[in-house]
Design a protein around this ligand. Structure first.
Ligand SMILES: Cc1cc2nc3c(=O)[nH]c(=O)nc-3n(C[C@H](O)[C@H](O)[C@H](O)COP(=O)(O)OP(=O)(O)OC[C@H]3O[C@@H](n4cnc5c(N)ncnc54)[C@H](O)[C@@H]3O)c2cc1C
Length: 351
């Protein structure tokens, strides 16, 4: 079989990139070993314009958020899926300092941070001492739902190979690659955290980060808003809530941990007034890196190999924009934003 592109990995990065390349009229085969705990299948799905303890404006959010909204809306129409909605985060500061930070951001006319009226309805659901602040607009995206539906589409059209890709079976030439019986002009690597084991890109500054979430039933809690106090309670599928997520760079395995479950339950016991039941516990790896910027583009030495990865904890907002940039680069040779272009690591990747 001969194709224009092999895409390795079918998380949000590989799904969006393969869709863009197919839309541009290119032939594509996607190779993916299904991992139900991959980042894209367990992510909360939030695009949040201000993040971190200091409520800092997210990188390029003015461009990334509207772009992502338009891409996910288009995909929703195309696949007949309800995958994106505008939502707000209700942040309950856990301390006077955290409250001061939010008040400061509000005072700076930050268009994303708004004080919640003092006589709000939230005391029916939560215990809190330092007020409530509304952060928005944010987006909530069902990237797992999209990835699953897109996988079906690829399978139905014969464009999916469900197996683990191994480099020992791949012949890399200057003008293309041959993997088993598939010849392609280029291979684009979208393996998420697996990218750190890719022999062509393992020198990039990976900093893989384990995340966990509980899936919880909370009868009576409104499902049209995200609640946050250190952890976030996010509307999930089937009337359930996703509660997460931890960051762990020193993990020893990929299993859900008792410590996360106990810590998160203790926080819910203290904060939430409603009874809840834990129905599942998820754990997976974020493909994070020290620069917190994506890796997009062709290998500086091996021009038949490319990458779309490094989305870290922000793949929901970054993947649509950079999948679009990479597809345009491959098809029309347009430049990739220098801050995201993997060419910025040319020196290290040329060793
Ligand atoms: C707990 C948690 C919560 C998160 N919440 C959010 C959030 O709210 N908002 C946000 O923006 N981001 C969030 N993220 C981050 C987000 O999930 C990631 O940035 C994004 O999903 C990365 O997508 P990806 O396609 O690059 O990688 P992945 O989703 O990891 O996909 C990689 C795919 O490649 C496949 N693969 C790898 N190696 C091979 C191989 N050799 N052969 C075949 N297949 C292979 C894997 O099986 C997988 O299907 C969260 C992550 C976690 C873990």
């Amino acid at each position: 079989m001969e194709v224009d592109y092999i895409v390795v990995g079918q998380g949000i990065s590989g799904s969006l990139l393969s869709r863009n390349l197919l839309t541009a009229g290119k032939s594509v085969v996607v190779i993916d070993e299904l991992n139900v705990n991959s980042a894209s299948r367990i992510a909360g799905g939030i695009i949040n314009p201000v993040t971190g303890m200091r409520q800092v404006r997210s990188w390029m959010i003015e461009e990334l958020m509207p772009f992502a909204h338009s891409v996910y809306s288009e995909i929703g129409k195309e696949l007949n899926l309800d995958i994106v909605r505008q939502i707000a985060i209700l942040d309950f500061p856990a301390s006077r300092d955290a409250e001061d930070t939010l008040r400061g951001k509000h005072g700076e006319q930050n268009e994303f941070v708004h004080a919640e009226p003092a006589d709000n309805e939230w005391e029916r659901y939560f215990r809190f001492n330092y007020g409530a602040w509304r952060i928005g607009p944010c987006l909530l995206v069902d990237i797992g739902g999209f990835a699953n539906e897109w996988r079906k589409r690829l399978k139905d059209t014969g464009a999916l190979v469900e197996e683990k890709f191994v480099w020992s079976e791949c012949k890399v030439m200057t003008d293309g690659v041959v993997y088993k019986n598939i010849a392609a002009k280029k291979i684009i690597c979208c393996e998420g955290a697996g990218g750190a084991d890719n022999p062509y890109f393992n020198m990039l500054p990976w900093s893989k980060d384990k995340g966990e979430a509980l899936i919880v039933s909370i009868p009576g809690l409104p499902a049209d808003i995200i609640f946050r106090q250190g952890i976030s309670i996010v509307p999930w599928h089937d009337g359930l809530f996703w509660v997460g997520a931890a960051h762990d760079w020193k993990y020893t395995d990929l299993q859900p941990t008792l410590s996360f479950r106990e810590k998160t339950s203790a926080q819910l016991d203290y904060w939430l007034k409603l009874p809840y039941t834990i129905v599942d516990h998820l754990a997976g790896l974020r493909p994070a890196n020290l620069e917190r910027k994506p890796f997009a583009g062709l290998h500086p030495v091996h021009k038949s190999i490319g990458i779309l990865n490094g989305m870290g904890g922000k793949g929901v907002s970054m993947a649509p924009y950079f999948a679009d940039q990479l597809a345009a680069h491959l098809v029309h040779h347009t430049p990739i934003l220098p801050a995201a272009d993997v060419g910025r690591f040319a020196k290290i990747l040329s060793r």
